[in-house]
Design a protein around this ligand. Structure first.
Ligand code: SAM
Length: 234
């Protein structure tokens, strides 16, 4: 029997119109949708009249959950994996399931679409020929080491890539302060762009130095989801 296909389907990061025709068709055609949060997925599925059964798949999903999805695929049923926003696997659960599917010789097909990191990068005005994506920065262990390594690379003239990472509204102000502290003498030479609430009503790009942005948040506390982009000018 022919096996099913595991589709990795990108979904909107805010504006529900940001979904491809192919993504809608695949979500309608598959036997099962594996969603990070089934209640969250309902909003999108309802808008596009997608009635495919939905099960949850998240980062804490155990082996038996993964195995039950693999069994479906082995039985010839195709499955679409979606996350709460954007591209599954980009700071979202997907990796373990994709690895298990590859080990089971299942075909993986990406259905490309939105991702906050690329949306932020292309509108940032920062160099985009090379970039490094860090996901979420380490919270404690490793944070200082990482930030001081950026300082050392900047000082040695070894950093011509734009650095990109994700941050939550309750941590962004603290993270900017950590950057200022650990980037030390180089901190004035970084151009920072914050992409906030991309594709949503309050979409905003905040541009400036670390000092400017730290000050801006003292006046108006941060709200919404953020992508942080940084580029060094010697
Ligand atoms: N898979 C997603 C993607 O492809 O972009 C990322 C998921 S990750 C769990 C969530 C983080 O992505 C948020 O904390 C925020 O940093 C960023 N993010 C997601 N949607 C965003 C948006 N509309 N505007 C700004 N940042 C966003």
């Amino acid at each position: 029997m022919e096996k099913g296909i595991l589709y990795i389907v990108s979904t909107p990061i805010g504006n529900l119109e940001d979904i491809t025709l192919r993504a809608i068709r695949i979500l309608k055609e598959v036997t099962l949708i594996a969603a990070e949060d089934t209640r969250h997925a309902t909003i999108l599925l309802h808008k596009y009249e997608i009635r495919t059964p939905c099960v949850s798949y998240h980062s804490y999903s155990n082996d038996s959950k993964i195995q039950s999805i693999i069994e479906k695929l082995n039985d010839g049923h195709s499955v679409a994996l979606i996350s709460d926003a954007g591209t599954p696997g980009i700071s979202d659960p997907a990796y373990t399931l994709i690895q298990a599917a590859i080990a089971a010789e299942i075909t993986i097909t990406p259905i490309p679409g939105p991702s906050a990191l690329l949306a932020a990068l292309v509108a940032s005005g920062l160099p985009m020929h090379h970039f490094r994506y860090y996901g979420f920065l380490p919270l404690k262990k490793g944070r200082q080491t990482l930030l001081t390594s950026w300082k050392a690379q900047a000082e040695s003239g070894d950093l011509d890539e734009t650095i990109i990472f994700y941050e939550s509204p309750h941590r962004i102000a603290r993270t900017l302060e950590d950057l200022q502290k650990h980037l030390g003498d180089t901190s004035m030479n970084w151009n920072i762009v914050l992409g906030r609430e991309l594709t949503k009503i309050h979409e905003e790009f905040m541009r400036g130095s670390l000092t400017d942005l730290i000050q801006a948040f003292k006046i108006k506390p941060p709200k919404g989801e953020f992508v942080v982009l940084m580029s060094y000018k010697s």
